[in-house]
Ligand binder design. Structure first.
Ligand code: F6R
Length: 614
């Protein structure tokens, strides 16, 4: 939610900042802005409602000179998306400018206090109060910018990643974070600052991830200095970035989402690589090995996640209960964090998150930690907050996911959960060797099977045209494929804005079947599994009410072909792994319907990739 970029060095800051904003646009895209200190020490702020391209059009005739600047792309929380609410925000005297990602929870009281002192605000945001407060502290306490930021942040309640520049000091950026991510890139005589490493990667591979309540001082001609809010100096840990530039480009595809769908054979290969031995007789997740006893003794596993990651968690529940015989509960992180959940000795909490920054998931982790649970993270974004907040975990290694609708991260999460379940089951001896070996072999073959599904992309595109103008969709699945149905429905609604619901197929008769008529498309996952016959009965019930059935079936299936209106075949695999292959045609169907409708597939309305607010 909201993207932050900063630059200080010898280059022109404007192109670096604009490029950085484009890379971070997936985090929010309702307005954007930039602040630059020009050669003659003017602090110029340009902001515009809309996307980064709108900001560029607005700024092109203005003075965009300067070697230092900060920039922001917004996902509105407080105050509608308009020019005034866009960041950066000036201080009252316009000598400071600030950008912010997060939410200041006590902004109303801070604002009222400032107003009582005669300050007048120019926006409806929660952000503006910080920069006013910082300036007020500088003036009244006669302290420098960094000290004023430290003092101001002591008064602020909430989440923030902020960056400030001052026209009185054109050689310095002050940045700070709490519960919202911030990365500093260290180049030759230059610094970069961003919400994640994507704007930095083409300039340097040396980065420092700030921790909560740390302040970074980026000063021309000096080394990076990191302090905490109490002015204690902290030695920054410089990490090497593993991401490369080509991972951040569309690579010839019209959208990141389509690229990411097509990448899945390779991303899952990367996810599996090094974790299954050559002979396919062992699955090694280092996080599981390092905590072997905890997993072997676990009395219960609770999985917390949001959105697509929550759907992956539901598949994880099936896998772990089925293979490891450990009871599993899956919780929305946003609900878990506000209950008083029972965490018992021997419970393990698994947190799943693509971005590693989701505020609700982070809060659920902190709550579970405070109750003494061992926390295992399953994340994609390396170095993000969740892997740092958890005791141990596994990366899914699918590379940066930029399309707002999650695709390759979902299949990566399910793949890691499959390996986790297999690895625990093998050690607990809850799986026989033959079943283990067969599942491992099937898992190794999943990338090839996905490649086969992708060969049908054109056919799915043709099929999608029939449904461009549908107003509703129902997605059905059972067992392992019920979460895949939920995920298919989520994909469609978030990028096409068509209302879609996912149900366990047998649940239809308890109410939702009333919705079925000849206008209702129903996507039914009916692969040949242990409840195939039951699913067929559920499809018959839909057909008897004239619903239009698009069935996802196993290769060579004949029965469903004779009942459904349209069939998409997927290669046969072991039942626990079917949701991985079955979700690929659902991703493609959602994608093509959204394209047919002319939707902004990579940046659908109202959404943002990284949900760092609750
Ligand atoms: C949907 C989607 C979201 C995320 C959710 C959690 O396509 O991407 O539902 O899955 O916001 O995000 P992470 O996994 O980053 O915690």
């Amino acid at each position: 939610m909201c993207g932050i970029v900063g630059y200080l060095g010898c280059r022109d800051a404007y192109p670096v900042l604009i490029k950085g904003l484009h890379r971070l646009e997936y985090r929010g895209y309702d307005s954007a802005g930039i602040a630059l200190i020009s050669g003659d020490n003017e602090l110029n702020v340009y902001k515009s409602k809309g996307k980064v391209a709108d900001l560029e059009r607005f700024a092109e005739s203005k003075d965009i000179s300067g070697n230092i600047g900060i920039a922001h792309t917004r996902w509105a929380t407080h105050g509608e998306p308009n020019d005034a609410n866009a960041h950066p925000h000036y201080s009252q005297s316009r000598s400071l400018a600030l950008i912010h990602n997060g939410i200041i929870e006590n902004y109303t009281s801070l604002r009222a206090e400032m107003e009582s002192k005669g300050f007048t605000f120019r926006s409806n945001t929660d952000t503006e109060v910080i920069v006013y407060l910082v300036e007020y502290i500088m003036q009244t306490n006669r302290v420098d910018l960094c000290t004023a930021v430290q003092l101001a942040l002591h008064q602020v309640v909430g989440a923030y990643a902020i960056a400030l520049i001052s026209k009185e000091n054109p050689d310095e950026i002050i940045a700070a974070r709490k519960s919202s991510p911030l990365v500093v890139g260290i180049g030759e005589d230059e610094f970069f600052l961003a919400s994640d490493a994507t704007p930095i990667v083409e300039y340097t591979d040396r980065v420092v991830y700030l921790n909560d309540e740390e302040i970074a001082i980026l000063r021309r001609g000096e080394a990076l200095k990191v302090l905490n809010l109490n002015n204690v100096e902290i030695t920054p840990e410089i990490k090497k970035l593993a991401v490369n530039l080509s991972q951040l480009e569309k690579g010839g595809f019209p959208h990141f989402m389509l690229k990411e769908i097509h990448e899945q054979p390779r991303t899952l290969q990367n996810c599996i690589r090094g974790r299954i031995n050559m002979e396919g007789t062992n699955v090694v997740l280092s996080g599981v090995i390092d905590n072997r006893e905890k997993f072997l003794q676990a009395k219960r596993i609770i999985i917390v996640a949001c959105g697509t990651s929550w759907h992956a968690a539901l598949i994880g529940e099936h896998l772990i209960e089925d293979l490891c015989r450990i009871p599993v509960e899956v919780e929305y992180a946003s609900e878990f964090r506000y209950r008083n959940p029972v965490i018992l000795p021997g419970d393990i909490v698994i947190a799943i998150s693509q971005s590693g920054e989701t505020a609700d998931t982070l809060a659920a982790i902190e709550l579970a930690k405070s109750k003494g649970a061992f926390i295992y993270g399953i994340c994609n974004a390396v170095g993000s907050s969740i892997p740092r907040a958890t005791h141990s975990g596994s990366y899914i290694h699918v590379g940066p996911e930029i399309g707002v609708a999650s695709t390759k991260a979902f299949t990566g999460q399910v793949t890691v959960l499959s390996m986790l379940a297999l690895s625990i089951a093998r050690q607990k001896d809850t799986i026989d060797v033959d079943t283990f070996t067969r599942l491992v072999k099937e898992l190794q073959d999943i990338p090839n099977k996905i490649a086969k599904v992708l060969e049908q992309a054109e056919a799915i595109r043709d099929l999608s045209k029939t449904f461009t103008y549908a107003h509703n969709f129902i997605y059905l699945g059972r067992g392992y494929n019920y979460p895949a149905a939920l995920e298919g429905a989520l994909k469609l609604k978030e990028i096409s804005y068509i209302h879609a619901e996912g149900y366990p197929a047998a649940e239809m008769k308890h109410g939702p079947i009333a919705l079925i008529d000849a206008e209702m498309p129903v996507v039914a996952i009916a692969t040949t599994d242990s409840i195939y016959e039951k699913t067929i009965s559920n499809i018959q019930e839909i057909k008897a009410r004239k619903g239009k059935v698009i069935a996802i079936v196993s290769e060579g299936d004949e029965t469903v072909h004779n009942i459904a209106d349209y069939c998409i075949e997927v290669p046969r695999t072991a039942e626990p792994l079917t949701p991985i292959v079955a979700s690929i045609p659902l991703q493609l169907l959602a994608y093509y319907i959204a394209v047919n409708k002319g939707r902004d597939v990579d940046q659908p309305r109202n959404l943002a990739k990284s949900v760092t607010v609750e």
